[in-house]
Design a protein around this ligand. Structure first.
Ligand code: RFL
Ligand code: PHB
Length: 389
C-alpha cells in the first residue's frame, strides 16, 4: 500500500488529522489497533475549548455539536463545603466552552471518514515504524491475518500514551518529563439530569467534580486512592461519597440514579520532547498526557493536529519544510501552557496523602486568594479557556 501520510491511531487526533489533510488534498491511511466498537465505547473527555469547537466547525464536523453541545460561560469552584464561586470565563476573556462527549466526536469523525470513503483500517496488529529518519519511511502491520506494508512520505504517531510510535524516537534523542500523582479518579456516567454548572470541589474527603454530557446525562468524578477496586464501589456508595464532598445545597441538587459506566483513571503529567524525529511526528496523547483536572487532553490533541496538518499541507503545496521543521517547537508552547495549568489545578483541588499541615494551609489560602482576587480569577479564566492556536 502507498499513501502520503501514514497515521497510527484512530482516536480523535488520528481521525481529525486525516480529515484536515483530506481538505488540503493530502492522502492518508489510518491504522487503528482496536475495533470501531471498542473505540466508540471509551468514555473520556467532555469539555471542549472554544478553539477546539472552531477547528471542528471550520472542517464541517460540528453540525451535531452545534445542536447538542451545551455552552458554558464558566465553572464553579467550591472548597470544604463552603459557598461556591464562579470563574466567569466568558466575562473575563470573552471565550466560552462546550460540554460534548468525546464519544460523540469519535462518532462524528468516523461518519465523516465514511462519507469520503477514507481508508481507516481497524483491528490492525503488530504495527512497526520503519526507517523514520530516512526520506522513505514505511509502516508494517498485520490486518486480519495478512502481513502488509504501507509506504509513505511521513508518519503521524497519534496512537495515544500506550502506543508504539513514541518508541521509534531513539532514547538518546527523546527527553521525557513526568509527574505521577498519588491518586486516581473514579468516574461515573449516569442517565440523570446534571447540575447546571461544571463544579470542581476540594473537600477534606478528597476532590470531586460534577460535569455533564447532555441535559439527561451526567458525569461525576471523585478522587480515590490508586489501589481502589471498582467492585468496591457500588452505585449507592459512589453517590453518598460524591454528595459528602459537595456543600449541602449542591449535594441536594444532585440527581442520583443507576450508573451506565464506571471507570478508574490514574492521574499523570507527561511530556515527550521533541515531538518529531526525522519523518515521524507525534500528536495528542502519544506525545503528552495531562491530568484531567484542566480538561485539556483532547483540546491539545486538536491543536497538535491542526499545526501538523498545516505544516504538511504547506509541504505538499509549496515544497517548504519550514513549518514541519518547527512543528515540535510551536506545538510544545501550547502543550506546556496546558500541562502547567492542569498541574496547577490538580495541586489546588486534590487532597494529597501525607500532605503536611503547612501544605494544607497553603492550599487553603490559595483557594481563598482565588475566591477574593479579581486578577487571580482572570488569570485562571485565561488559562482554562486555552490559548489561541
Ligand atoms: P487516544 O484517544 O488515546 O487515541 C489513540 C488511538 O490509538 C490507538 N492505538 C494504536 N493504533 C495502532 N497501533 C498501535 N500500536 C496503537 N496503540 C494505540 C488506540 O486504540 C486509540 O484508538 O489519543 P488521542 O487521539 O491523542 O486523543 C487524546 C484524548 O483521548 C485524551 O487526551 C482525552 O480523553 C483526555 N481527557 C480530557 N480531555 C479534554 O480535553 N477534556 C476533558 O474533559 C477530558 N476529560 C480525559 C478526560 C481523559 C480521561 N481519561 C480516561 C484518561 C477524562 C478522563 C477520565
Ligand atoms: C468531563 O466532563 O469528563 C470532565 C469535565 C471537566 C474536567 C475533566 C473531565 O476537568
Amino acid at each position: 500500500m502507498k499513501t502520503q501520510v501514514a497515521i497510527i491511531g484512530g482516536g480523535p487526533a488520528g481521525l481529525l488529522l486525516s480529515e484536515i489533510l483530506h481538505s488540503h488534498g493530502v492522502s492518508s491511511v489510518v491504522l487503528e489497533k482496536s475495533s470501531r466498537e471498542h473505540v466508540l465505547s471509551r468514555i473520556r473527555a467532555g469539555v471542549l475549548e472554544q478553539t477546539t469547537v472552531d477547528v471542528l466547525r471550520a472542517h464541517g464536523l460540528a453540525d451535531r455539536l452545534d445542536r447538542e453541545g451545551h455552552v458554558h460561560d464558566g465553572m464553579k469552584i467550591v472548597w470544604a463545603g463552603r459557598e461556591s464561586y464562579f470563574i466567569d470565563v466568558a466575562k473575563h476573556v470573552g471565550k466560552r466552552f462546550t460540554t460534548y462527549g468525546q464519544t460523540k466526536i469519535q462518532e462524528d469523525l468516523f461518519a465523516a471518514a465514511d462519507r469520503r470513503n477514507a481508508t481507516v483500517l481497524t483491528e490492525v496488529e503488530d504495527v512497526q515504524l520503519i526507517d523514520v529518519s530516512s526520506n522513505h519511511p514505511c509502516v508494517t502491520f498485520t490486518h486480519h491475518g495478512e502481513s502488509l506494508r504501507l509506504d509513505c512520505d511521513f508518519i503521524a504517531g497519534c496512537d495515544g500514551f500506550h502506543g508504539v510510535s513514541r518508541q521509534a524516537i531513539p532514547p538518546t534523542v527523546l527527553r521525557e518529563f513526568e509527574k505521577v500523582y498519588p491518586f486516581g479518579w473514579l468516574g461515573v456516567l449516569s442517565p440523570t439530569p446534571p447540575l447546571p454548572d461544571i463544579v470542581y470541589a476540594n473537600h477534606p474527603r478528597g476532590f470531586a467534580l460534577a460535569s455533564a454530557r447532555s441535559p439527561t446525562l451526567s458525569r461525576y468524578y471523585i478522587q480515590v486512592p490508586l489501589d481502589t477496586h471498582i467492585e468496591d464501589w457500588p452505585d449507592e456508595r459512589f453517590w453518598s461519597e460524591l454528595k459528602a464532598r459537595f456543600p449541602r445545597e449542591l449535594a441536594d441538587a444532585i440527581v442520583t440514579g443507576s450508573s451506565i459506566e464506571k471507570s478508574i483513571a490514574p492521574l499523570r503529567s507527561y511530556v515527550a520532547e521533541p515531538m518529531q524525529h526525522g519523518r515521524l511526528f507525534l500528536a495528542g496523547d502519544a506525545a503528552h498526557i495531562v491530568p484531567p483536572t484542566g480538561a485539556k487532553g483532547l483540546n491539545l490533541a486538536v491543536s497538535d493536529v491542526t499545526y501538523l496538518a498545516r505544516a504538511l499541507a504547506a509541504y505538499y503545496a509549496k515544497g517548504s519544510t519550514q513549518q514541519l521543521d518547527g512543528y515540535s517547537e510551536v506545538a510544545l508552547r501550547r502543550v506546556w501552557s496546558s500541562v502547567r495549568v492542569s498541574w496547577y489545578l490538580t495541586t489546588l483541588l486534590h487532597r494529597f496523602p501525607g500532605a503536611s499541615d503547612f501544605d494544607q494551609r497553603a492550599q487553603e489560602y490559595e483557594l481563598e486568594y482565588l475566591k477574593s482576587s479579581y486578577h487571580a480569577q482572570v488569570a485562571l479564566a485565561e488559562q482554562y479557556a486555552g490559548l489561541p492556536i
